[in-house]
Design a protein around this ligand. Structure first.
Ligand code: AMP
Length: 186
């Protein structure tokens, strides 16, 4: 199973990706987690990414595409994966298409989690208080939502026109949402 999980910040992508990964026995690849790991360990990649993540801006495609390409080539990805937080703009969709063609494989589904703006902002406020992520400042949160609406949300139409989109309501009990997604994926 090769899946994308898409949706705005705070919709529960990470939580649902973890449950799907467990259900299908495949790894989750979260570009946000990869950046955070590198920032924490002060690697070259981390130092470069930090100036963007702190402001809630997208890290340049050249860096982001490369980390995904390297990760998809790893052995544990041979039988499937879930990409969480990638692609986030049209150029990343193109880059992913090329990677998949090179690997002679294709996407099975794109899961889009949905929730209203009020729910998202409330969840983000809670996460900021609980986790203290460096990029959960009010300015960065607002910037990420704006970037999502402008650059990422239009990609849902791209995947819809390819017949890959599975839209699921992201508001409700975590387990119920997970069951709904799995049922929809067949
Ligand atoms: P996330 O945890 O998915 O919200 O990602 C945290 C931050 O990492 C984002 O605000 C971006 O700065 C960066 N990031 C994660 N994924 C991507 C991506 N696909 N393209 C560019 N930047 C990304």
């Amino acid at each position: 199973m090769r899946l994308l999980i898409m949706g705005p910040q705070g919709v529960g992508k990470g939580t649902q990706a973890a449950l799907l990964a467990e259900h299908y026995g495949i790894p989750t690849i979260s570009t946000g987690d990869i950046f955070r790991y590198n920032i924490k360990n002060k690697t070259e990649l981390g130092l470069e990414a930090m100036s963007y993540t702190d402001k809630g801006e997208l890290v340049p495609d050249s860096l982001t595409n490369k980390i995904v390409k390297d990760r998809l080539a790893k052995e544990d990805c041979a039988n499937g994966w879930i990409l969480d937080g990638y692609p986030r703009n049209a150029s990343q969709v193109e880059a992913l298409d090329e990677m998949l063609a090179e690997l002679d494989t294709k996407l099975d589904h794109v899961v889009a989690l949905e929730a209203g703006r009020d729910v998202l902002l409330e969840r983000m406020k809670k996460r900021a208080a609980e986790q203290g992520r460096a990029d959960d400042t009010p300015e960065a949160i607002a910037k990420r939502l704006e970037t999502y609406e402008k650059e990422t949300a239009p990609l849902l139409d791209t995947y819809k026109s390819r017949g890959l989109l599975v839209a699921v309501n992201g508001v409700g009990e975590i387990d119920e949402i997970s069951k709904t997604i799995i049922a929809a994926l067949g």
